[in-house]
Design a protein around this ligand. Sequence first.
Ligand code: FES
Ligand code: CO
Length: 332
Amino acid sequence: MTEQTALRDQVLENEWHPVCAAAELLDKPLSVTILGERVAVYRTRKGVHAVRDLCVHRGAMLSKGWVENDRLVCPYHGWQYDESGRCVCIPAQGKDDRIPARAKAEKYHCQEKYGIVWVCIGEPRAELPSFEEFENPEYRPIVCGPYYVNAAGTRVIENFTDFAHLMYVHGGLLGHPDYSELPDFEVFKEEERVYTGDVPIFQPVAHSGSEHKEGTVYVYMKEVFRPLAARLSKRDRETGQTLWIMLTVLPVNEKECIVYMPVSRNYGFDVPDSQFKAFQDTVFEQDKWIIETQKPELLPLDLQAELNHKADLLSVAYRRWIAKMGVRIGTA
Ligand code: FES
Ligand code: CO
């Protein structure tokens, strides 16, 4: 990745962003980039922490250091930072020498939930979106991703709100072009989210001949509940078997992002998680191929800029919603 400069976005810097799978963050610190800002995340016995990835002494990357006695140690001269970000040890000076008050690492908000480590580099303006199915014992949770995408995070969210691509981009997996007609559906707009009513979609079984009459009707509901976080449920109308997918995007910079997907299902417990994840990987790969080549790269918030169809109701609601909110990064 090329050198980043921090990007200012008064909305996105106050959001919680997914930075890694909780299982990835063990005893070694990790370096992540949020809106162009380098951030070190690390784990101690007390939990997960995030600081600006820059030692105030000589600008070394703290994420290249290590954790010792619950302190983050800079790899350059061994300064040690405690969990509040304060430097509590400078090895080059005597024990009784004063540590300057300015010797502090800039702390960020950090928490672990839904199998993900989340960081906010500003002041969180909202709680993490809730995803109760991930913690419901009747469901089986896994974390899919990370998926690296060379595109604006807003483009990824918009793709997730889209129904009419299922039969094309995911033809054979999530639908079929012979059954592309979408029913009319409703979109609801609230202060903090935009979401659809039920959208039934017929998915034929694997098709060898030209007739695909057998299949399943899945009822979808899609919801965007943060500028860069959305979720959907997909329910088998007959059996009630339900899949929930939360899609959450880390904006690395304006045109690059990383996607994490906590997913939860109340069926198919005999299917190995690896197989389940491989399927989601395939589906995401199909989306990514489109998203990375869309123009313009920044999501146009001017509704006249592209052609909107009634199938795009949720996408239009999303564009309006983030325009009103004032999201600048990833939009035009
Ligand atoms: Fe970090 Fe010197 S640069 S201790
Ligand atoms: Co898709």
